[in-house]
Design a protein around this ligand. Structure first.
Ligand SMILES: *[C@@H]1O[C@H](CO)[C@@H](O)[C@H](O)[C@H]1NC(C)=O
Ligand SMILES: *[C@@H]1O[C@H](CO)[C@@H](O)[C@H](O)[C@H]1NC(C)=O
Ligand SMILES: *[C@@H]1O[C@H](CO)[C@@H](O)[C@H](O)[C@H]1NC(C)=O
Ligand SMILES: *[C@@H]1O[C@H](CO)[C@@H](O)[C@H](O)[C@H]1NC(C)=O
Ligand SMILES: *[C@@H]1O[C@H](CO)[C@@H](O)[C@H](O)[C@H]1NC(C)=O
Ligand SMILES: *[C@@H]1O[C@H](CO)[C@@H](O)[C@H](O)[C@H]1NC(C)=O
Ligand SMILES: *[C@@H]1O[C@H](CO)[C@@H](O)[C@H](O)[C@H]1NC(C)=O
Ligand SMILES: *[C@@H]1O[C@H](CO)[C@@H](O)[C@H](O)[C@H]1NC(C)=O
Ligand SMILES: *[C@@H]1O[C@H](CO)[C@@H](O)[C@H](O)[C@H]1NC(C)=O
Ligand SMILES: *[C@@H]1O[C@H](CO)[C@@H](O)[C@H](O)[C@H]1NC(C)=O
Ligand SMILES: *[C@@H]1O[C@H](CO)[C@@H](O)[C@H](O)[C@H]1NC(C)=O
Ligand SMILES: *[C@@H]1O[C@H](CO)[C@@H](O)[C@H](O)[C@H]1NC(C)=O
Length: 658
């Protein structure tokens, strides 16, 4: 039977009552007579048809190699090889960008990382807007003096919505985000209620996820959710209508720009939470997915032990104490699944689906609910490659699965931790923050503060080092205006990277859309994207900013101290560094004016025209027309209202997250 026939049957509720039209239908009636329910029959029929390329598949186990690598060994060989190639690209780019601001070539090339926070489509768009500001190919980014820096970036970390940005940008070979918006993304089609092709969308979702389950792997709402995201932001050939089989480990071979190290190395993170555990930022285990490996630098929640890594390509293979003990698999590390896992907070969005088209998916979800229990809806399970590895010391040695959640659930919503790992020797981090912290969905610095608190506790209690500089409390962030404009942290502390914190600020539009807005018109998406860019470029309106940004990114590689820094760069640091103040008084509700210049910049006399109203950016055609009727502050809430969701998620800490 053709898929289309089955689809047609499913679409007509009383098709089953019609007389047999073909042999297949006779068979079906026979099965019905055997007592199968309509849904069971549908499932059986669909299971045998259609694309199943999402499912992991058995391969011969490679012999004579190491399956598990001790984290004390440092970086993966694949990562080291990548870094060598990447440095030949970043080195000339850094020199070009530095010299265009009168800065000499640094004595060594700095290792620069970017980190994109979580927050659904808002975070994806804001983060990619910031990235676009760093791209030479963007006329506005380039005119602002910031465009070109992306070529100097070595690492790119993403979390939740920031991981969708990571996956979409990488899989599309580094295409300019405004072109992705114009030519590929279909954000106007709701993530879980697509407007057209509904039936085949849901049928394909169910077929792919059932195929993974049939291959013997745990499945959960995350699989459905990840495939749905992928079908909106990955290249068309990897969407549900084709073969959704792009794995993370394959990225460098499938995407030439990544293979040639013309793009930064992607890292996507998630946090571990086993059944019944209460995990907070201080004791969560942070897991990394890279094209080379899956693993963590430190295992365990309360008691930490040295972590380990396993090969990404063979993730899902059955290992016992670091050796194959059963079958080996490839294809588990689907990019869609990794993006879904990093954003498992959104799983409950799928609980909303209901209707004739969605029966198969609803059936699957009911199964997950029974298997997992409602408090485990937001988890994603990875077969534990570290079973019996280093037993006695390894706190996860007994687990069958590693149970992952959205790392934003621990409030550590900017994925800077991978960039603070001593082995990576990162010099500067550009941290894009589009968290939903304050009443009006703007960031308040909690994400960085949480990582700072975690770093202190890890170092004191477990001896695990992450190189996090001090930052103020969230009240201190708001009172100091540090959440309105880029702020440098770690200026005096040469043992850590220097962090350039870039908060989402309403330079040109109401980019504080709800985390749960699951569809955007092109105009809305453009508003959030361009506002994200301007949060970094400062709309091209602050004359000294491009030079100061260049000073920050190269400071560590000059080994500068207050004594020998150039006067110009010292003046930049005096202006943009956190001064060390922390006014912990409870601030008034943070409610920035849409389309304004941050008051801090005005009070410092940094704006060229001294105005606090919207300024025209260099190279911008016309800020107003690019943001057609979007500065009004009206935000269209998707089909899923926030209230309903919060109710459903009950105790899951929702309001404060991502
Ligand atoms: C940006 O592009 C222009 C024109 O293609 C080129 O001259 C310039 O060197 C590029 N800058 C960087 C940093 O790559
Ligand atoms: C994806 O699946 C299709 C169809 O099975 C296959 O032809 C293709 O080689 C697969 N692509 C990758 C990257 O594995
Ligand atoms: C993590 O820390 C919190 C607070 O410190 C504690 O309540 C919780 O029990 C810890 N979780 C585990 C798994 O130990
Ligand atoms: C290893 O394989 C044996 C035999 O199939 C099985 O009994 C045992 O449970 C497996 N161990 C692990 C850790 O999977
Ligand atoms: C789904 O539909 C059924 C029947 O129409 C209804 O009883 C139920 O409340 C709906 N569920 C949701 C979450 O809308
Ligand atoms: C990892 O390496 C450290 C230091 O070399 C060593 O103490 C530890 O025993 C190793 N762990 C395993 C499981 O090999
Ligand atoms: C800052 O954000 C956190 C977490 O999102 C929230 O709990 C807190 O109330 C916020 N504080 C202020 C002063 O906005
Ligand atoms: C967006 O921000 C503006 C200004 O802070 C505020 O008036 C508006 O209510 C916010 N919208 C949302 C959805 O939080
Ligand atoms: C600045 O001084 C520090 C400390 O003496 C030194 O390590 C560094 O190399 C100097 N940098 C330059 C560019 O002179
Ligand atoms: C860094 O040093 C300068 C000069 O000594 C000082 O004014 C500033 O407060 C320090 N910053 C921090 C964060 O401690
Ligand atoms: C501290 O913050 C409060 C609340 O925003 C403000 O009223 C007060 O002026 C601030 N204090 C100083 C010394 O800046
Ligand atoms: C201005 O807009 C035109 C047409 O939309 C476009 O071709 C041109 O590249 C834009 N210029 C800049 C500087 O963005």
């Amino acid at each position: 039977m053709h898929t289309s026939t089955i689809l047609a049957l499913l679409a007509i509720p009383n098709a089953l009552a019609a007389p047999p039209l073909s042999q297949e239908i006779s068979i079906r009636n026979a099965e019905l007579a055997q007592g199968l329910t309509r849904r069971e029959y549908q499932e059986a029929a669909i299971r045998s048809l259609g694309d199943k390329s999402y499912a992991p598949y058995k391969v011969d186990c490679p012999s004579g190699w190491t399956w598990i690598r001790n984290a004390t060994e440092g970086l993966a060989q694949g990562e080291k090889d990548f870094l060598t190639k990447r440095q030949s690209k970043t080195s000339p780019a850094v020199n070009t960008m530095a010299s265009s601001h009168g800065i000499p070539n640094p004595p060594r090339t700095p290792t620069i990382g970017v980190a994109l926070a979580g927050g659904g489509y808002r975070a994806m768009l804001t983060g990619l807007g910031g990235i676009m500001g760093m791209m030479n190919q963007s006329s506005e980014g380039s005119a602002s003096g910031i465009g070109g820096w992306l070529d100097g970036v070595t690492y790119w970390a993403g979390l939740s919505g920031g991981s969708w940005a990571t996956g979409s940008f990488m899989a599309n070979g580094g295409t300019l985000p405004s072109d992705l918006l114009a030519n590929l993304w279909n954000l106007d089609s709701n993530l879980i209620f697509p407007e057209d092709g509904k039936l085949s969308f849901y049928t394909s979702l169910a077929t792919e996820v059932n195929a993974k389950s049939d291959a013997g792997f745990p499945t959960q709402i995350t699989d459905l959710w990840g495939l749905a995201i992928a079908s909106h932001v990955l290249p068309t050939q990897y969407q549900l209508s084709n073969t959704p089989n792009l794995t993370f480990s394959q990225l460098p071979s499938v995407v030439q720009q990544l293979g040639d190290a013309d793009l930064p190395m992607p890292i996507i993170i998630a946090a571990e939470r086993e059944a019944g555990e209460l995990v907070v930022a201080e004791n969560a285990t942070v897991w990394e997915f890279t094209p080379y490996e899956f693993g963590s630098w430190a295992f365990g929640s309360v008691v930490k032990s040295i972590g380990a890594f396993t090969n990404m390509e063979y993730l899902g293979s059955e290992l016992n104490n670091g050796s194959p003990n059963g079958s080996c698999y490839k294809g588990f590390d689907q990019l869609s699944y990794v993006m879904g896992t990093s954003a498992t907070l959104f799983n409950s969005a799928l609980l909303q689906i209901n209707g004739t088209d969605t029966g198969l998916v609803t059936g699957l979800i009911e199964g997950f609910l029974q298997d997992l229990g409602e408090d485990q809806l937001d988890i994603s399970r990875v077969p534990n490659s570290f079973a019996n590895y280093n037993s006695g010391e390894n706190p996860i040695a007994d687990l069958e699965y590693i149970t992952l959640v959205d790392a934003g659930e621990t409030n550590q919503n900017i994925p800077i931790e991978p960039l603070l790992i001593p082995f990576r020797e990162v010099d500067a981090i550009i941290a894009f923050d589009s968290s939903f912290d304050s009443t009006y969905t703007w960031p308040n610095g909690t994400a960085l503060r949480t990582t700072f608190e975690r770093a202190k506790i890890l170092a004191e209690n477990t001896g695990t080092e992450i190189r996090m500089p001090e930052v103020p409390s969230e009240n201190g962030f708001i009172n100091g205006g540090y959440n309105t404009r880029p702020t440098f942290f770690g200026c005096n502390d040469t043992t850590t990277p220097l962090i350039v914190y870039v908060p989402n600020y309403p330079w040109s539009g109401a980019a504080n859309t709800s985390t749960y807005q699951l569809s955007y018109t092109d105009a809305e998406a453009q508003t959030v994207l361009y506002n994200g860019m301007r949060s970094l470029t400062l709309n091209g309106s602050i004359e000294t900013w491009p030079t100061c940004f260049a000073c920050a990114l190269t400071d560590r590689s000059f080994g500068y101290t207050r004594e020998n820094r150039t006067a110009e760069c010292q003046s930049c640091l005096d202006t943009w560094c956190w001064a060390g103040d922390d006014n912990t008084t409870t601030p008034n509700t943070y409610d920035p004016v849409i389309g304004s210049v941050p008051p801090w910049l005005v009070s410092k006399g940094l704006t060229s025209n001294g105005s606090s109203g919207p300024t025209d950016a260099k190279g911008v055609n016309n800020t107003a027309t690019q943001n057609t009727n979007t500065s009004s502050g009206t935000v269209r809430v998707g089909k899923m209202g926030m209230g309903l969701l919060s109710g459903m998620m009950g105790g899951l800490l929702l309001g404060s997250l991502v």
